[in-house]
Ligand binder design. Structure first.
Ligand SMILES: *[C@@H]1O[C@H](CO)[C@@H](O)[C@H](O)[C@H]1NC(C)=O
Length: 431
């Protein structure tokens, strides 16, 4: 019969229609597994996705925030009394600021020629001062080797003279431990138009100004002692003040707005930010300039060591929304179907009698034709018929042909090419 061979297999498969058929398996193992998996998936969705992750909420992760800081306290440093204007920089009360705890001052510097102060520029003759990179050190090298003191000679520079000597030992301002930091933070969740500040509403906070932040007793107080911040970040104040360092004061606003805005409260936490790098510590230089009476310009150079505080605000807010609720509910119901996949794998591969179940589950069915109908002539050019071939019925359709229906090798022809086994409609046969 030439007709079936002309029709490739993939064409037949492409033009076949698949429809699910329900097979009820009366097996305790599969049945119990199925229910257990369904229960697990359901528990996961209810417990984790909905209750814990609050998947029914619309979430706003864009937090708009503004931070204003103010440091208070009086310190003593090298015979002088310092106030906020002396040791806080920048003075505007930004979210990133430095409390200077140690200073190396180089006063009365003027433009001119002088010997370099760094040990690396030690020299014996002018030759040692040539060919060096001119950008290191405190100024431009003139190429001369000049006496630094009675015993030492160093290269001469042109620049601010005398150059800074930063290897000296200077004290630290220990009073900074008792300074207080006041943080004013207002936030807004634009999606919900929700606004809040870290201060109690006007009229409510009577003791604002006297409270001190404490992680357990006063977790909402916006006034923090610097020593506490350093301690809560796991650092030692004396060490940190000597080397300088960067600390983060994190304010977290994680809000469930379904429970009311009053429950939306800030949470403070503290870490050190520069502790991971090898070059720990924080310092910077700045200078103040003045003119002397003789008209020359002078400056005071300061190398300042201090604790830099970065106030970082993060957070998100959630509120019930119908769209995420629907999407996640549908996802939950769809996922329950995963149990079927698992049970199919067990049923068709690992259970005793898997072959038997396989045979019952997969079944191929041909187009139905009435068993008593006279074999019609195929309409010319009918679908899947091979034009130009004569295909007389080879055998009268019979209900007995049903037994040959299941995925047997003889039924792989074209739908139209093998009309002879047209009665294979399930095991019950054709009425
Ligand atoms: C900080 O204040 C406490 C109590 O007022 C005081 O005992 C302590 O000496 C102060 N620390 C410094 C470094 O001044």
């Amino acid at each position: 019969m030439p007709a079936p061979r002309r029709c490739p297999r993939w064409v037949i498969e492409f033009f076949s229609y698949e429809t699910p058929k329900s097979v009820v398996v009366r097996s305790w193992v599969v049945g119990a597994t199925h229910r257990a998996v369904q229960l697990l998936i359901l528990a996961y969705f209810i417990g984790w996705v909905f209750l814990h992750e609050k998947a029914y909420q619309v979430r706003d992760t864009v937090i708009e925030s503004s931070v204003v800081t103010k440091v208070k306290g009086i310190g003593r440093y090298e015979g002088r009394v310092l106030d906020t204007a002396d040791y806080v920089t920048p003075p505007q009360g930004t979210s990133v600021f430095v409390v200077v705890t140690k200073q190396i001052l180089t006063e009365q510097q003027a433009q001119g020629l002088c010997p370099e102060s760094e040990a690396a520029f030690r020299c014996r003759s002018d030759r040692d001062c040539r060919g060096r990179s001119p950008t290191t050190g405190s100024g431009l090298l003139t190429g001369r080797c000049v006496p630094y003191n009675e015993t030492l000679r160093t290269c001469e520079i042109r620049g601010w003279c005398p150059p800074e000597v930063d290897t000296v030992d200077v004290p630290i301002m220990l009073e900074a431990e008792n300074f207080t930091l006041f943080i004013k933070n207002s936030i807004r969740f634009p999606l919900f138009g929700f606004e809040k500040a870290n201060l109690p509403p006007p009229g409510a906070g009577g003791d604002l100004g006297r409270c001190r932040f404490h992680p357990q007793l006063q977790p909402l107080c916006p006034i923090l002692r610097l020593g506490d911040v350093v301690r809560l970040a796991g650092q030692d104040f004396r060490t940190l003040a000597a080397t300088g360092g960067v600390l983060a004061i994190k304010i977290g606003w994680v809000c469930d707005l379904d429970r009311g805005g009053e429950r939306c409260l800030p949470r403070y936490s503290f870490t050190r930010l520069d502790g991971l790098s090898r070059a720990t510590g924080y310092n910077f230089r700045h200078a103040r300039y003045h003119h002397c009476q003789d008209g020359t310009e002078r400056r005071t150079l300061t190398k300042a060591f201090g604790i830099r505080f970065d106030v970082l605000v993060y957070g998100h807010a959630g509120k019930f929304g119908i769209v995420p609720t629907l999407i996640n509910t549908v996802a939950a119901f769809t996922s329950i179907g995963v149990g079927t996949v698992l049970c199919d794998i067990i049923l068709l591969n690992f259970l005793k009698g898997a072959e038997h179940y396989k045979a019952r589950k997969f079944e191929e069915v041909r187009t139905w034709r009435h068993p008593l109908a006279a074999p019609r002539r195929r309409p010319a050019g009918g679908w899947a018929s091979a034009p130009g071939t004569s295909n007389p019925p080879t055998r009268a359709p019979s209900p007995l042909a049903t037994s040959a229906g299941h995925r047997d090798g003889g039924s792989r022809g074209c739908p139209g090419g093998r009309r002879d086994v047209g009665g294979t409609l399930g095991s019950k046969g054709v009425p």
